[in-house]
Design a protein around this ligand. Structure first.
Ligand SMILES: C[S@@+](CC[C@H](N)C(=O)[O-])C[C@H]1O[C@@H](n2cnc3c(N)ncnc32)[C@H](O)[C@@H]1O
Length: 299
């Protein structure tokens, strides 16, 4: 599973998931329209601590919802969360991509920010599409825009710190992908890749997460945890002025730090790509996804 210690990231994943959850409400409304009749079985692949899975269970109370992840500690979080919220949720440990073959198909398969952690993304999508019952829907969250939390000029340090952090995070993302086992370079045309996985009626929708200042404690903590992670992982690539700025932002005693400043906000865009598995896939036996064209690239 690459450089990530997912279990150690549990708090951050849960806080971040809750902070960005307004986009889930909007995406699930669209899923309700697309999934008629209402789904009986739902899979959340790479559920992490279960923020989306629990919301799916609340939005589709008649369905059996299963949170699937490779990290048992995160699934334990998902179970505790479901109990706290009073929703029905099953969990299943599975490593991707191989473990997907052992899952029962579902009418709705959701996978948020997971496919990019798998070396061969087209293969992962093919397998996810293969988990969808004929007529059912696959929805993946990929792309979107990085979150913004801070004014361009903080009142100290060099303006545009977040732009520089975003550029370093983008580099790190490229290295993460390059280091994945069996990594395959591909044109990341998500709608095209869903079509290539045999899905039809493909569409993409981007949802805004807009939490204006002043921030409540939960989102404020999510920003702090993210900045701490960036400080730890990126400091060697930042100049001394930016490191000093980050230290000031993370100082709990500093009125200009993220714990106390009143101008902290969250603005983000999340893109969800939807596709339907045809009742019967043309050119394939048993309705299995037909690879029609390849988007793989040579480097
Ligand atoms: C970025 S988190 C996304 C969590 C959640 N879906 C969300 O949208 O907030 C990625 C999740 O995928 C899981 N994951 C990543 N690579 C995996 C793999 N190869 N096998 C199984 N799970 C994996 C991690 O454990 C983690 O929970």
């Amino acid at each position: 599973m690459n450089e990530f210690d997912w279990a150690a990231m549990a708090d951050l994943l849960e806080l971040d998931g809750e902070t960005h959850s307004p986009y889930l409400e909007q995406a699930f409304e669209l899923l309700e329209e697309l999934n008629r009749p209402a789904p009986r079985r739902i899979l959340d692949i790479g559920s992490g601590p279960g923020v989306a899975a629990c919301r799916l269970a609340a939005a589709f109370p008649q369905a059996e919802v299963t949170a699937v992840d490779g990290t048992p500690e995160l699934l334990a979080r998902a179970e505790a969360r479901a109990e706290r919220l009073g929703v029905r949720l099953r969990t299943r440990v599975a490593g991707f991509p191989a473990g997907l073959a052992e899952l029962e198909p579902a009418d709705l398969v959701w996978s948020g920010q997971v496919v990019h952690h798998v070396g061969d993304q087209q293969d992962a999508l093919d397998r996810l599409a293969g988990l969808v019952e004929p007529g059912g829907v696959l929805a993946i969250v990929e792309g979107g825009l990085p979150s913004r939390w801070l004014p361009r000029d903080l009142g100290f340090g060099r303006p545009e710190l977040q732009a520089r952090l975003d550029a370093l995070m983008a580099d790190r993302f490229c290295r993460m992908r390059a280091d994945l086992p069996d990594t395959v370079a591909v044109v990341e045309d998500w709608p095209g890749m869903l079509r290539s996985a045999g899905l039809t009626e493909v569409r993409s929708r981007t949802f805004l997460v807009d939490r204006p200042a002043p921030l409540a404690e939960g989102p404020r903590q999510a920003v702090r945890r993210t900045l701490e992670r960036q400080r730890a992982g990126l400091a060697e690539h930042l100049d001394a002025d930016d490191v000093a700025t980050l230290d000031r932002l993370l100082d709990p005693a500093d009125p200009a730090g993220v714990d106390r400043r009143t101008d902290l906000f969250v603005l983000a865009a999340r893109t969800v790509h939807f596709g339907r598995r045809p009742e019967r896939c043309p050119g394939s036996r048993e309705g299995t996804p037909a690879r029609r064209w390849s988007t793989r690239v040579r480097r």
